[in-house]
Design a protein around this ligand. Sequence first.
Ligand code: SAH
Length: 361
Amino acid sequence: MEKVFSMNAGDGDSSYAQNSSFLQKNVLLKAKPSLEESIRSWETTFECDTLCIADLGCSSGPNTLFVTQIITSEIGEKYAHKGIRVPEFQILYNDLPSTDFNALFKLLLAAPPAERSYLVAGVPGSFHNRLFPSRSLHFIHSSNSLHWLSRVPPEIEDKNSKCWNKGRIFISEKGPPEVGDAYFAQYQKDFNMFLRARAKEVVEGGRMFLVFGSRPSADKRQYTWASFSWEDLGFAIKDLVSQGIIEEERLDSFNLPAYQVSEDELRSEVHKEGSFTIVGLEIIIGSSSMDKYDDNEKGKLFSKQMRAVLESLISYHFGEKVVDAIFNRYAEIFTANIIQNEEYMKQATRIAVTLERNDST
Ligand code: SAH
């Protein structure tokens, strides 16, 4: 993951920057009231010269700036309202090293100076590890990122394991139940590392606002929008296997490194680690509507959005040459299953959670 994964670079037609205003921006718009509330309800004000804010899994594109703008203006207003001098804002943009940080910095510089009331720096690395100095951060934001794992659980690609996920690329209602358990075990390890690293970096009373894809039920295999649409991506790859374009072994050794946690699982992991308290939690339901498009356009649009996110992984594993064929077939399958896809999109859930760093005494 750390070496390969990145959203599509630049600001061209296939970039994440051009293909994140539909699905991911919708999440940000829906999460905005919770983010604002997370800052407004924050009792602690730090009387410091510099307030350090990190955006984890920031990627590169207009969404990143949109979020920075909300956070800095909310915190600024809060300080002004309390009659406290507004500190300087240091924004630390984190993502994996292959991310196009340069495109992000260019975008930042293109914004009018009046909208840039902050200083920025890029911090490459995995948020599953330490990224920042001890007790240096006051506020952390992370959107559409924390459902990504550090790796695929190895058992599910082991032919001799009960968890072998043959012919599929993610947890499925039709696959072995053990697959979901293996993914959850990986999530527990990763999220625990995430919390332990942040516990060192966030000052007492500091907050994190995290929004990420989730699962509404306890059943790990029940289809969600992501698992249903990723199953279709698996079918697209399978079709190319049947045509002899991709080897079967390549499909069997590919799985997506993500997990959609349920609210109960999340609460239990936070509680177990113990450094943070959940002070707010909202379940955001539904995704963007595709009503204005016809069925074929919907398939193409969705496939393009998915490609901006997954191309690096697909291309690394299957080779650049088959990427077009996979995503073209995926668009057709998405359209063929449009009724179910739209139904799952309406029911899609995200968790928007605010965590506060406990006193370490
Ligand atoms: N926050 C942006 C981008 C979300 S895309 C938005 O809401 O639009 C998800 C991002 O998470 C990607 O850029 C991906 O590279 C990043 N990501 C995934 N795993 C990560 C990890 N372990 N450490 C840091 N970033 C990660």
